[in-house]
Write a protein that binds this ligand. Sequence first.
Ligand SMILES: Nc1ncnc2c1ncn2[C@@H]1O[C@H](COP(=O)(O)OP(=O)(O)OP(=O)(O)O)[C@@H](O)[C@H]1O
Ligand SMILES: Cc1ncc(CO)c(N)n1
Length: 459
Amino acid sequence: MRIPRALTIAGLDSGGGAGITADLKTFHALGVYGMVALTAVTAQNTLGVRAVQEIDPSIVETQINAVAEDIGVDAAKTGMLSSSPIMEAVARAVKRWGFPLVVDPVMYAKSGDPLIRPEAMETLKRVIIPIAKVVTPNAPEASHLAGFRVETLDDARRAAKVIAEELHPEIVIVKGGHLTGNESIDIVYFRDTGEYRELRAPRIDTKNTHGTGCSFSAAIAAGLARGLSPWDAIKLAKELITTAIKYSLPLGHGHGPVNPMAWLELRAYRADVIDEMNKALSMIEENADLIGKYIPEVQSNLGYALPAFYARDLNDVAAIPGRIVRYMGKAKPSGPPTFGVSSHVASYILTAMKYDSEVRSAMNIKYDDRIIEAAKELGYVISSYDRRQEPPEVKAREGASIPWGTEQAIKSVGRVPDIIYHLGDWGKEPEIVVLGKSPVEVVSKLLAVLRRIDEKSRF
Ligand SMILES: Nc1ncnc2c1ncn2[C@@H]1O[C@H](COP(=O)(O)OP(=O)(O)OP(=O)(O)O)[C@@H](O)[C@H]1O
Ligand SMILES: Cc1ncc(CO)c(N)n1
């Protein structure tokens, strides 16, 4: 087994959003072992750069040599290279080892503070960009490199070609983060074939884009380290960065950091949710006779949402496709837990989570007075809403009834209750919904109530 290894040659952002911390998160999110040659320490936060201490160029070079010689480097990227001597040292080491290099020609932080000495601009063009396999300027950086203003996609296309032909990197990506439009479009130009390609993604409305360029270029290097073709590595990087921006973090008072770990966390949490659902489904199957008595006409469902930060819509809630039905008197899940298959129970959950982010699971069952009574005796918090009170404007809006009802029920007891019920309306069956932190907790609450009813009926 080969462990892919990538190196970042870049600066430290003390705020943790850009530079080597963004790069390392990105490498590891993509399953690549990450190493660092530090070029500078910046005292920085989401608002700006307060101070910069450059690392001695010989130390930068020795860091690269040390890791390349012993651990090995399958691909590398450069970020902040602030001075000509640092650039010369980096170029020497890169040429010595011959690994593919992605160059993010960092000039300014998102705050506008410079990260390169003015006199090093020429060295960047003469010494660093020519040894790049891929170079990834944003619009302002492309303007500096091409020598004209880059404000439109057409400018970006012209700039990509000029940079490729004059400075000789293999592939130029002029990024569209700073351009306008409802898509964020990057222009990719291949010098050898003269071919253009585009990377497109919906533009996400957020100011938390600190570190996007760092993470994007690190993702390309990670893809190359994994042995992907340059184009496949670039497409993967676009997917990763779009996810990292969608789930960027509202931290600090300026531009908050992108979240490359979202790439991993989403996958891990999705797997966790399915595992927990399966545990709860086993409990349902073990008690299929008891629960079978309380499956309503519309059938039951059990849902579990991703943690609140990742639970944005119905697709982020897992439930049972085809619901939990009554078959030969027994409760029976019709299929494996799957994301995005329930709107009813998911709607209860997503509304409850707005009031208590810990409450991520719910199950609906048939209404029965005895359930309410037994739940009260067990000390559960119970609330209800009246579907007949639903305002006409809510009724008219598709999918608005459950959120409205759930909010009514939460507000009337001042917290997310254990149980919400309603007594129905014309054509709407009454129902009970059990809520909890996990599906195991929800099914445990339900079983406690149903067992109590059973015990009482024996006397
Ligand atoms: N709001 C956004 N929505 C979607 N994609 C975006 C957005 N902003 C940037 N991107 C994408 O992120 C990637 C990085 O582009 P960007 O132009 O922001 O880099 P940058 O300015 O070098 O970043 P930084 O200086 O913060 O490191 C590109 O693929 C770009 O299209
Ligand atoms: C250290 C460092 N590198 C790169 C950038 C560009 O985002 C930054 N803000 N800080």
